[in-house]
Design a protein around this ligand. Structure first.
Ligand code: BGC
Length: 813
């Protein structure tokens, strides 16, 4: 095996990933912000900020797909004599004497040292504030007095990131700024329909500034050698149109051993319509002044930072495991939960693979993401469920995505993805089990956000279920519609036109026989949940009605969905099998194995065990399980996008990490702990980190959406990191099915599924108003809890009945 270079390591004590070489195989990023104001930040301080919506309120500019990679960000230039350098190495790329980037929980600290000067910048977004703090500490570690010239740099973006990339004929003339003391205001388009502006401030007097990019950088220069910095002279430029920027210039003298802090603030302000201006053409800065005043000293900033850290202490104290296996513990206790929160915040909108322009919040995506953080912030999960349900149509169908700013369904992508409705049940049930809050079912929720159309959330669940059973195909299996979970299996699309999007082009639904076994399994899983919920709330008739539908679906799968060794994937438009031994390629797919084994369809006849064995035989490889096998080697007009990818990538036989946990849960339900664990460890970032930093390429502390599969040119190479449903599914799998701590309506069910080698472990679990310390003694068993003792007394069964207060639990397998 090729010797893999290492670029960093975990620091569990501080909950950080420490990057020690700036030239990572791909920018390794982190996210700042928790609610409204967000930033993406790479290990060299590249990236951008936005308010709520990366498309409509982009604050700073970023150029995706740039050469060199990851150019543009919040940069500090330090000119020390003739040497100009940046704490994060870029953009000057001056070799540093020391470099370190620490990505932590919603903060990043970048430190560089050069010629006896240390510059360390702490980046974070304070709780409930609309700004990014950049606390720069300059320290003279030499024995001479240092006269430094410090330049900050941010580049403004138009507020709509999409038009920033296309409407130059207008944009080059709209840019406007104001400068007041040490604050540079960006007010492009404020004179007309916008009531928001941004600012960049530093809590120290400045000796100059620049706001016009061309003047600062020089038209034929690069960020690596801006004219003003190279000459050590700001131009005091005032931008009119073209490309507005914000750069402060500060002269800093440091005695030997002396250090100084500078607090830079990148802020966003919204004003009332009638309070936009303080004088003709002069923006009302009242709120900006107030925000600045809240963070204008090191002490205030440190306090805000401590609050942020305390938030994460609390969030990560809700579920804590101690197994003695560091690689498992750090993912469960830190990174997996952190990624879940980030994914919940961003859905699939803004990463270094998602431009923030194209996609909003996914209906199915957000419901799944919810399972990853519902234990941490139930009220936000509640709101998210209502927001999502509000984009549903009266027939149970739904918009596939909605825009986070407006919460309106996204017309560009539309609806018709027939798995979507089921996910609302999945998300809602998870929420109620965690919180015991059944009142959410009585919330009045509109259709398509139209006032006056409100029905209860429970009715939304009901029509969601109905949507499946009202759209069955010739085998009594669910019609797939535009697509099911796999957006790229486009069975009703038939496109020969490269300019058409597979996702939005005309969906030929007339006469279609295209059915999905993935939706069938999903329907059975969520249908059982729905039935249990109905019984719980005294809707016996409705429970019975849906149980019949579930039973019928199970029969349909057994009759028309089994291929002999595994579950079929689908039927195509013409009613021909997909994912069958009869097919030339893609004989087996992972999605239907995952969902039908989770639904335990035909378990009594050995179907589940056979399907799981087939996953091992045909889908598994060194880096995880591929989506289908063998890969498609040519484009199939009847299947669409899935066959458009080269072998081993994305939906064509890539390891689409999102769906690996489905099979792992199937393994857990079947009690096959060894197999569950071996699948799980293959895609667990900490295991990958140890072996494959160079090959894997993307951040080693989080899951990525896709790892190149066994048919790819470079198996094991990761892509599309950070924003993926994998996070929530990994969490759900490990927390509930492997470690076996499962929230239920009346308490916590203990039902682990472990490898034989597992030793005793403890989980601290806060649950509603209770706190449990649960010790599990596996005794070499893979499954099956024999006895649960709560506060010294054995209980019947395996559900710890909920009661507020602290409890000690012991479970023996
Ligand atoms: C989308 C998911 C989809 C998956 C598989 C992801 O990019 O966000 O909604 O299920 O791809 O196609």
């Amino acid at each position: 095996m090729e010797q893999q270079k290492r670029y960093g390591h975990f620091d569990d004590q501080n909950r950080e990933y420490v990057i020690t070489n700036p030239q990572t195989p791909w920018p390794w990023i982190n996210y700042l912000g928790n609610e409204d104001f967000f930033s993406l930040i790479s290990n060299t301080a590249g990236g951008y900020s936005f308010y709520k919506d990366a498309k409509f309120r982009r604050i700073t500019r970023y150029r995706y797909n740039n050469v060199p990679m990851d150019n543009g960000g919040r940069y500090f230039y330090i000119k020390d004599g003739d040497t100009v350098w940046n704490p994060g190495w870029k953009p000057c790329k001056t070799p540093l004497d020391f470099y370190e980037c620490r990505h932590g929980m919603s903060y990043t600290r970048v430190t560089g040292r050069k010629n006896g000067v240390e510059a360390s910048v702490l980046f974070f977004v304070p709780l409930k504030k609309w700004c990014e703090v950049q606390k720069l500490t300059l320290k003279n570690e030499s024995s001479e007095v240092k006269q430094l010239k410090l330049f900050s740099f941010e580049e403004w973006c138009l507020w709509n990131a999409a038009t920033d990339m296309e409407n130059f004929q207008r944009n080059f003339s709209t840019g406007e700024v104001e400068i007041e003391g040490s604050t540079i205001y960006h007010k492009t388009e404020y004179r007309e329909r916008r009531n928001h502006y941004a600012f960049y401030h530093v809590n120290a007097p400045i000796q100059g500034f620049d706001t016009d990019r061309e003047t600062f950088v020089g038209l034929y220069n690069e960020f690596a050698n801006p004219d003003a910095v190279m000459e050590g002279k700001p131009r005091n430029s005032h931008a009119h149109g073209w490309s507005p920027i914000a750069s402060h210039y500060i002269e800093v003298t440091l005695q030997p051993g002396e250090s100084k802090d500078f607090v830079f603030l990148l802020g966003y302000i919204e004003n009332e319509q009638d309070e936009k201006f303080e004088a003709p053409q002069v923006i009302n800065k009242k709120k900006a002044h107030a925000l600045i005043a809240e963070l204008d000293t090191t002490e205030k900033v440190d306090k805000a930072f401590a609050e942020l850290c305390a938030l994460w202490d609390n969030l990560l104290n809700i579920y804590k495991v101690k197994t003695g296996n560091d690689k498992l513990d750090r993912m469960v206790n830190i990174w997996n939960q952190y990624q879940c929160m980030v994914t919940f915040n961003f859905s699939r909108s803004a990463s270094f693979f998602e431009s923030g322009v194209g996609r909003g919040m996914g209906f199915r995506d957000s419901n799944q993401d919810l399972v990853g953080f519902v234990h941490q912030i139930p009220p936000r999960a509640r709101q998210r469920i209502i927001d999502i349900a509000s984009t549903q149509f009266p027939d149970g169908g739904c918009y596939h995505q909605y825009q986070p700013l407006t919460k309106r369904g996204n017309n560009d992508i539309g609806g018709g993805f027939n798995d979507d409705p089921c996910w609302l049940i999945f998300g809602t049930v998870a929420y109620i089990k965690e919180t015991g809050d059944f009142s959410i079912l009585d919330e009045m929720v509109p259709f398509d956000n139209q006032p006056g159309t409100e029905v209860t959330l429970f009715d939304h669940l009901k029509i969601s279920m109905n949507h499946v059973i009202e759209n069955l195909g010739p085998h009594m299996l669910p019609l797939i519609g535009r697509a099911d979970w796999n957006d790229c299996l486009n069975l009703n699309c038939f496109s020969w036109d490269p300019n058409e999007s597979f996702q939005t082009t005309e969906n030929v639904s007339e006469g279609t026989k295209a059915e999905s076994l993935m939706i069938a399994g999903l329907f059975v899983v969520t249908g059982k949940d729905y039935v249990a919920l109905c019984k719980k709330i005294g809707k016996a008739d409705e429970a019975e009605r849906m149980q019949k539908a579930v039973d019928a679906m199970i029969e349909a799968v057994k009759k028309h969905g089994w291929d002999g060794e595994w579950y079929l994937r689908a039927y195509d438009f013409y009613g021909r099998k997909i994912g069958s031994n009869e097919c030339d390629e893609a004989k087996i797919f992972i999605e239907s194995q995952g969902w039908c084994t989770m639904a335990e369809i035909g378990a009594e006849d050995g179907l589940v065990a056979k399907s799981l064995d087939s996953c091992k035989k045909y889908l598994e490889c060194e880096h995880g399980m591929v989506l289908n096998n063998p890969a498609f080697s040519k484009y199939i007009y009847e299947y669409g996008e899935i066959s458009s990818y080269p072998e081993g990538y994305k939906e064509n036989a890539g390891i689409f990490c999102h769906n690996n946990p489905w099979v792992i849960i199937g393994e857990c339900l079947a009690g096959r702990g060894n197999d569950a664990w071996s699948h799980y460890a293959k895609i667990l970032p900490s295991y990958v980190e140890e072996k494959y930093q160079t090959l894997h390429k993307v951040e080693p502390y989080v899951n990525c959406q896709m790892v190149a599969g066994k048919d790819a040119f470079k198996p094991g190479e990761g892509k599309n990191s950070w924003l993926t449903g994998t996070a929530a599914w990994m969490w759900y799998t490990v927390s509930e099915f492997i470690l076996g701590i499962k929230p239920d309506y009346d308490g916590i069910r203990i039902d682990p599924c472990l490898p034989e080698t597992a030793t005793d472990y403890t989980v601290q679990r806060k649950f509603r108003d209770a706190e449990y310390e649960i010790t599990i003694r596996p005794n070499g068993a893979q499954k099956g809890v024999k006895q649960v003792i709560v506060d010294g007394k054995p209980i019947d069964g395996t559900v710890i009945p909920y009661s507020p207060g602290k409890h000690v639990v012991e479970a023996t397998m």
